[in-house]
Design a binder for this molecule. Structure first.
Ligand code: NAD
Length: 334
């Protein structure tokens, strides 16, 4: 059985492809290896995947429909996991077109391929950022998410709407996963946990926004991968109980489901920094700044649906997860 993983050279795509290949699945990875962050890191992840076997890689841009078709012609793909996207909230303020091209045009091409090649299950990355201006905590997939505060979040919300249309019109089972601040070895250099580690080690000042008054539901990469693996064989069914007079936004009469996938245990930003200081053995120099445009003060995932449906239970504490990350960082960079 072949599984297509888009964004395979990315942080989550790399870990997921590695685990899938180790489990004996044939993984077809695609990625355009763009330079949003260090391409060398993406290439090193790919080297590891290519050495470990059960993995074929194609460098291509999702937004180019013509490049995608031959892959679906060449292999019998049953499951598609779409992780390729232009990620990052802050970058989206000044680079909206990159988000439209990868996250909207690219996702349309994936949906069309799923339609024409009869894919049994499409799993795709959404984001906690869709909760935007919501204030009800923990964030629940039963809540409306109609107030995104960045174009990144708007494209992720759009992906959920587009997926619903394809589930409804063409009976494609689709599962959208709202990831909550994923971290771990081989992580993303644009994210705060990575830049903080770098700056603390190098003795540079870290920028802490909203004067440190933030909480994040940091989720360790292995827990995310475990959740996705468990979902492979659980495509959503037509929900016969779905009530159009009182519609649950996370479900549908079509084979469509949205889950939060987070740690369900938010950490105060200043506690997070203290844990990093302890692990690195050095005090951070901190510049306190006001809230940034597009940012959210808090993220906290209600994961009750994922617990009920697949027994998802994140197993990694922030101390253990950051220990793994800092150890990897030192080996990789120092
Ligand atoms: N890491 C997180 O905390 C987090 C949180 C919420 C959502 N997400 C989402 O999860 C997914 C994976 O995130 P990640 O952290 O691994 O990010 P990443 O940037 O490391 O991985 C994304 C990969 O997609 C590739 N890509 C981008 N546009 C492409 C295109 N048009 N065609 C082909 N490849 C393309 C990039 O080169 C990159 O390797 C993304 O959709 C992201 O928005 C991640």
């Amino acid at each position: 059985m072949s599984i297509l993983v888009t964004g395979a050279a990315g942080f989550i795509g790399f870990h997921l492809s590695k685990r899938l290949a180790a489990l004996g699945y044939h993984v077809i990875g695609i990625d355009n290896l763009n330079d949003y962050y260090d391409i060398a890191l993406k290439k090193e992840r790919l080297n590891i995947l290519e050495k470990s076997g059960n993995f074929d890689f194609y460098k291509m841009n999702l937004s180019n429909d013509e490049e995608l078709k031959p892959i679906f012609e060449a292999y019998t793909i049953t499951i598609v996991i779409n992780l390729a996207a232009q990620a990052g909230v802050r970058y989206s303020i000044d680079n909206p077109h990159s988000y439209v091209n990868s996250n909207l045009v690219g996702f349309t091409n994936i949906l069309e391929a799923c339609r024409h090649y009869h894919i049994e299950h499409l799993i795709y990355a959404s984001s906690s950022s869709v909760y935007g201006a919501n204030t009800s905590i923990p964030y629940s997939t039963k809540d409306a998410v109609d107030h995104p505060v960045s174009i990144y979040a708007a494209t992720k919300k759009a992906n959920e709407l587009m997926a619903h249309t394809y589930s409804h019109l063409f009976n494609i089972p689709t599962t959208g996963l709202r990831f909550f601040t994923v971290y771990g070895p081989w992580g993303r250099p644009d994210m705060a946990y990575y830049t903080f580690t770098k700056q603390i080690i190098e003795g540079n000042t870290i920028k802490v926004f909203n004067n440190g008054d933030m909480r994040r539901d940091f989720t360790y990469i292995d827990d995310i991968v475990e959740g996705i693996i468990r979902l492979l064989g659980h495509p959503p069914l037509y929900n016969m109980d779905w009530d159009r007079n009182n519609p649950d936004p996370s479900s549908s009469s079509a084979p469509y489901k949205i889950y939060n996938i987070g740690n369900n245990n938010p950490v105060k930003l200043m506690d997070f920094i203290q844990t990093l200081e302890k692990l690195i053995g050095k005090k951070a120099r901190i510049e306190y700044l006001p809230m940034q445009p597009g940012d959210m003060k808090e993220t906290y995932a209600d994961i009750s649906d994922l617990q009920a449906d697949i027994g998802f239970q994140p197993a990694t504490t922030i101390e253990n997860g950051l220990t793994q990350f800092v150890d990897w960082y030192k080996k990789y960079h120092i």
